[in-house]
Design a protein around this ligand. Structure first.
Ligand code: SF4
Length: 413
């Protein structure tokens, strides 16, 4: 077995760091690929042919930078796409870019984003701890997101969160239980001064998994930008992507009508239940309260009049379902889609289907990750946020008192 280092990248902060720590705890040398920043994007653009989606550009650039930084060749733990996507060709792009850069010695370690891959992982000894690392990331990222609009000093808050992420990674590497590690850190933001309570609009973010979870320019820095513009943000946990994989596996195979065997459906449901239970335990340990994993069956039911359940379009049923659920619950004043540049599934769902599904009942805006156009982004956002704010005030949405003090606001996922 190869002993070269495993590079973890493409899930974003704090997931990559926590996953690498969890791998080290299993005796595997591992580190992160580095930030998915503007430099990574530019390197990816220079290395790949035109027309690649944003996740391919960011990850290829970050991989090239890591492969040429002077350290020993490693193995990139690569996903085949940013999520449940049948269109992306990440692997070919990586191989070509590494070869052109004279770094073919860097290996690619495949993570099978399929139900079979997940089932095999769930049944393996490492499955539980690796999943816990991702759920710990969900808890920390969610608490940070809730607190941003309510603290006076966002830089100080983010610096604290970075420190907590490192402490959690250290605890996981030492083999400590994920819940215990979170409980030891619960007070991390408590002494940071808060802003006075006020009515804030809620923005429901939707998008492909990469756009939703990889913080920084890949996410158009939107959670930070929105907090600075006095808006709260809700977006789904990374765990929802795993639940969506299980849901897909319970459906008839693409293009067929025969359902999977009852026993297999039962197995998948048991795994989903276990994921939901563990998610709840870890969120409570991380003081994120009753942050529930959205129910994929419900999201798919909401989406299915517009996107039949047998069709596959990236994260389509989840994107549509989350937007329609926000409408159903009446708890968001704006649906904002972050679209990866060059993403075929997101374009078909967001450009063609979602506006018709919302039918003007909830303001909607789509912003594309292109690596430029910040000014245009902010002016379009400012216009939409103005109307979202007026809607929130008209509805007299009470500011979330708990969130304003601890980030422990009870709300659905
Ligand atoms: S879903 Fe879109 S952004 Fe993600 S890998 Fe596929 S084409 Fe790229």
């Amino acid at each position: 077995m190869s002993t070269s280092e495993i590079w973890v990248g493409g899930l974003g902060w704090p997931y990559d760091e926590l996953l690498a720590a969890s791998l080290r705890a299993r005796g595997l040398p591992a580190s992160t690929l580095g930030p998915m920043d503007r430099d990574a994007f530019d390197r990816g653009v220079a290395a790949l042919p035109r027309g690649q989606c944003a996740p391919a550009l960011f990850t290829t650039g970050a991989l090239l930078r890591r492969a040429t930084d002077g350290s020993a060749p490693g193995r990139y733990l690569r996903l085949h796409s940013c999520g449940p996507c049948r269109y992306a060709l990440f692997g070919l792009g990586y191989e070509r870019a590494l070869s052109v850069a004279g770094r073919s010695s860097v290996g690619l370690l495949d993570v099978e984003q399929s139900p079979e891959g997940l089932l095999a992982l769930a049944e393996s000894e490492s499955g539980g701890p690796l999943l816990d690392a991702l759920l710990v990331g969900d808890a920390l990222a969610e608490r940070l997101r809730r607190l941003r609009p309510h603290v006076r000093d966002v830089d100080a808050l983010e610096a604290r969160a970075e420190g907590v992420s490192r402490a959690l990674a250290q605890a996981l590497e030492q083999g400590r239980d994920a819940r215990e590690a979170l409980v030891a850190q619960t007070q991390w933001p408590d002494d940071l001064p808060r802003l006075p309570a006020r009515v804030l609009p809620m923005v429901q973010l939707i998008g492909e998994p990469f756009s939703l979870h990889v913080d920084g320019p890949a996410q158009l820095n939107l959670p930070r930008v929105l907090a600075a513009a006095n808006a709260e943000v809700t977006l789904p946990p990374l765990a929802l992507w795993i639940a969506y994989q299980f849901w897909i596996a319970r459906q008839p195979a693409f293009g067929q009508s025969r359902k999977p065997a009852t026993q297999r459906v039962g197995e998948l449901r048991r795994l989903e239940d276990a994921l939901r239970t563990r998610f709840g335990e870890i969120m409570r340990a991380g003081e994120v309260g009753d942050y529930e994993l959205p129910d994929v069956d419900h999201l798919a039911d909401l989406a299915s009049p517009h996107l039949p359940s047998g069709w596959r379009a990236g994260y389509g049923h989840v994107e549509l379902g989350l937007a329609l659920r926000a409408l159903e619950l009446g708890r968001a004043q704006l649906v904002l889609s972050i679209k990866s540049f060059g993403c075929l599934p997101s374009s078909s769902v967001v450009d063609a289907i979602l506006p018709a599904a919302l039918d003007g009942r909830l303001p909607f805006l789509a912003l594309e990750v292109t690596g430029d156009g910040e000014a245009a982004r902010e002016s379009r956002l400012a216009l939409r946020l103005g109307s979202a704010r007026r809607m929130a005030e008209a509805a007299s949405l009470a500011p979330s008192g708990d969130a304003a003090t601890t980030g422990r606001a009870p709300r659905a996922g």
